[in-house]
Design a protein around this ligand. Structure first.
Ligand code: APR
Ligand code: PHB
Length: 394
């Protein structure tokens, strides 16, 4: 068996693993990333595209923010539609000038990969299903895998489990040592990416009789739209024509008239789920990002939460090596979980507010309408939604 040694082995080269790698490198800590798939596969996944200011600041600090600053769209507001009326909600005016940046997760991932390649940092791709974590209840954890027919092992002081919801790290924890909290929603999102000008200039969430819709974008010439769909629906049954016809019914009538349609570049259905693993640390192994928690996409908190985790983790690991202090690593789970549950609450609430629930009768619907009405007419409620949307301070 071939053995490598490093300080931290990161499992997973999604945005969490790559950003953690950039932050550890900046702190002078050696690491190796091991990824199941190829780099191209990782880049083919289309995900959300709204970055909180804390996330853009962190990407800048890590040295990967230049293209995002040039090409990202700065948004000071988002909008809600219900009962055919459009309500613009200004964030910046209410939150001391804070704003959001529209920049796709795929682009963030690409910038992190290019940065890594430029620095010559080691990423082992295409390790397949062979990756296994060992001895994380000791100070000498190991990761083993096969690469090109050869058995390999990486020895490190810490393992960072950045391997997403289906990863091997959380799955390797003995069942008694972990508690999982989960909620599955009775619908999915059908998403379409197309080279058409966005129908709204700002991210717009609609609550309609036919269900939820979201109008977002990647640039002024590329739209990203979603509609709520049934949990068992197949993407094959949604032709582009059918999607556009349905989408049109879920935006306001003026926007429906000006909507530009075109062929889809990508079309997929994603289920909606809330999930939290507690704790996020097991001896020498730490979970970060989707490996530890999932939020439904309403509010686009997923990537922002992942960035928050790896920020805390890189500081904790650097305190351990540089100041010989265990305070940061001992506090990692509690510190992250507080922020995570705040975002879980907001994402669940925003999801509940904006979607059509098959099981709520007239009463549930009327309560939803009353809450929306209250929200857009109460300054206290607007303060609260904008504070959460832009990201709570921690
Ligand atoms: N060994 C090595 N790598 C693995 C393994 C394994 N056994 N299992 C999974 N991986 C890899 C996946 O192939 C993927 O590239 O880990 C990576 C995890 O990446 P993501 O799923 O994107 O998770 P994360 O980096 O935490 O990103 C969080 O992604 O899902 C969105 O909303 C979420 O925006 C948030 C972001
Ligand atoms: C997206 O642009 O993909 C997006 C925007 C806002 C959300 C979710 C996704 O709440």
């Amino acid at each position: 068996m071939k053995t490598l040694s490093t300080q931290v082995v990161i499992v997973g080269a999604g945005p969490s693993g790559l950003l953690l790698g950039a932050l550890l490198h900046k702190a002078g800590i050696e690491h190796i990333i091991i990824e199941r798939q190829s780099g191209d596969y990782v880049l083919s996944r289309i995900r959300a595209g709204v970055l909180e200011q804390g996330t853009t600041d962190l990407l800048d600090y890590a040295g990967v923010g230049a293209r995002m600053q040039r090409e990202g769209l700065r948004h000071n507001a988002f909008a809600l539609i219900f009962k055919d009326a459009f309500h613009r909600i200004n964030i910046a005016d209410r939150q001391g000038g804070k704003h959001m940046t529209i920049y796709g997760q795929t682009e963030v991932t690409k910038d992190l990969m290019d940065h890594r390649a430029g620095l010559g940092l080691q990423t082992i791709y295409e390790a397949g299903d062979s990756v296994a974590v060992h001895d994380f209840d000791t100070d000498h954890p190991r990761v083993t895998f096969n690469k090109g027919g050869e058995a390999m092992e990486i020895k490190a002081r810490f393992i960072a489990g950045c391997d997403g919801y289906h990863g091997v790290c959380r799955a390797s924890v003995p069942t008694g040592a972990i508690q999982n909290f989960e909620k599955v929603y009775p619908f999915g999102w059908l998403g379409v990416l197309s080279d058409t000008p966005p129908v709204y200039h700002e991210v717009t969430y609609s609550n309609t009789e036919r269900g939820f819709a979201l109008s977002s974008m990647r640039s002024m010439t590329r739209s990203r739209y979603y509609i709520q769909c049934g949990i068992d629906e197949k993407v094959e049954s949604w032709s582009d024509e059918r999607f556009w016809a349905e989408f049109k019914t879920r935006i306001d009538p003026e926007a429906a008239k000006r909507l530009v349609t075109g062929p889809s570049l990508e079309k997929s259905i994603a289920p909606l789920r809330s999930f939290v693993a507690d704790p996020m640390r097991f001896g020498s192994m730490f979970l970060a990002g989707d490996a530890a928690h999932i939020v439904p996409p309403t509010g686009a908190k997923g990537l922002n939460l992942a960035a928050g985790d790896v920020n805390v983790l890189s500081q904790a690991i650097s305190e351990y090596f540089q100041e010989k202090s265990k305070a940061g690593i001992d506090n990692y789970s509690a510190r992250c979980l507080r922020r995570v549950w705040n975002a879980e609450r907001f994402s669940w609430w925003f999801t509940s507010l904006m979607h059509k629930f098959p099981d709520t009768e007239g009463f549930g619907q009327k309560i939803q309408e009353a809450e929306l009405d209250y929200l857009v007419h109460s300054e206290a409620a607007l303060q609260s939604i904008t504070e959460n949307y832009v990201g709570l301070a921690h």
